[in-house]
Design a protein around this ligand. Structure first.
Ligand code: NAD
Length: 364
């Protein structure tokens, strides 16, 4: 495995290999870009088949965080960590504390948080060793569960998409098909129901669909039916890669706006959606509420402020849709360009400012 070549592909700044055999910790921290500020991104616990697979994943995820923070207007860079191990058997206090010491050694260049297979409790162990951690419990001054803010951002973003596609942002009577009614999907349904939308849901978890049916009068769809259902909006809120060669031709919805990460199986699927005249709200732009929420912890958490900042997702999406229309490019490409442009401008601004002058105007 050629580490420098892998890092060079997308200009990653730094990769830290954490190896504590006595403790049993094997982890990788990737810092993609710190132009906008310290890198922030969750720590994933996963049993990777190989070290190369782990490195590939952490590099890809760290880069994604750079774009998400930039488009959200945050003064944060992109980073991510993976701990290599079986989440069923290998998660212990000493693993997370050892990981916390590596994070601390980076002096704030990387700030960690929860991610797949890590919990608020795990992050509290990390916090015993470093202050550079977010996503801790409310009891310890943290922000707790980010999904209500994520859901609110998706709801607000959906309105921006509706306004762009239909010239109105009133959701009453609009048919929304929500795939996955877990943490974010459930809260999204709550907002949509209050706004008078008609809800159609699918989830592999029976209890989750029952709750949506009972509380919001949602109609339950079976597995694949969610793609073919004649909805106005399709909201993927479960797993990634649901927009692919197979599903895109089946979609009847004219808008895709949901919380799931990595919705496009490949970036070319953004063009496939555009070709079908389906307005796609880029995943990392519309689901940035979770990141906005944890970023708020860095300044002393204030839930009201987090929701207020998540409102910005509306105008961010309008700007993405406008660029897509003006330049005839897919929305995912427009989003990438806007995110890159902000980083480029900030780098220029830093270059022309002396250190004694204010660094930037902060939106968070
Ligand atoms: P969750 O695990 O609470 O909910 C996911 C739901 O999807 C579950 O109810 C699960 O049963 C269901 N599901 C799984 N496979 C399915 C399938 N094949 N068909 C239908 N339903 C299926 O997760 P969450 O926190 O709600 O996150 C949902 C998505 O949003 C994920 O992709 C996550 O990465 C992304 N996201 C979440 C946040 C957040 O704040 N939680 C922030 C940004 C992005």
């Amino acid at each position: 495995m050629d580490v420098f070549k892998m890092m060079g592909r997308h200009d990653h700044e730094e990769v830290v290999f954490c190896n504590s055999p006595d403790i049993g910790l094997k982890a990788i921290i990737a810092i993609h870009d710190t132009t906008l500020g310290p890198s922030l991104g969750g720590c994933r616990f996963y049993d990777y088949a190989s070290d190369e697979e782990a490195l590939n994943d952490v590099l890809r995820l760290a880069r994604g965080m750079t774009y998400k923070a930039s488009i959200a207007g945050l003064n944060l860079g992109g980073g991510k960590a993976v701990i290599i191990g079986n989440p069923e058997t290998d998660k212990h206090e000493y693993i997370f504390r050892a990981f916390g010491r590596y994070v601390d050694g980076l002096g704030g260049r990387y700030i960690t948080a929860e991610d797949m297979n890590t919990t608020v409790r795990d992050m509290e162990w990390v916090r015993d060793e470093t202050r550079h951690v977010t996503g801790i419990s409310k009891a310890l001054g943290g922000s707790g569960d980010p999904s209500p803010v994520t859901a609110f951002g998706v709801f607000i973003g959906m309105k921006a998409a509706l306004l762009t596609a239909r010239g109105r942002d009133d959701l009453s009577g609009i048919k929304v098909a929500v795939q996955g009614v877990g943490h974010v999907g459930y809260n999204l349904c709550r907002y949509l129901n209050a706004a008078g939308a008609e809800l159609f849901v699918a989830d592999v978890n029976e209890d989750a669909v029952e709750r949506a049916r009972n509380e919001f009068g949602a109609t339950v769809l079976s597995g694949d039916e969610i793609y073919t259902f004649d909805a106005d909006i399709f909201a993927p809120c479960a797993m990634g890669a649901t927009l692919n060669d197979e599903t895109i031709p089946q979609l009847k919805a004219s808008i895709v706006a949901g919380a799931a990460n990595n919705q496009l199986a490949k970036s070319m699927h953004g063009a496939a959606l555009l070709k079908r005249n389906i307005l796609y709200a880029p995943d990392y732009a519309i689901n940035a509420g979770g990141l906005i929420n944890v970023a708020n912890e860095l300044e002393g958490y204030n839930r009201e402020r987090a929701f207020k900042q998540a409102e910005g997702i509306h105008d961010t999406l309008l700007a993405i849709f406008k660029m897509s229309k003006d330049e005839g490019i897919p929305t995912n490409e427009a989003s990438d360009r806007l995110a890159e442009e902000r980083i480029r401008r900030m780098a220029q601004l830093r270059g022309s400012f002396s250190p004694s002058q204010p660094r930037s105007t902060r939106r968070i």
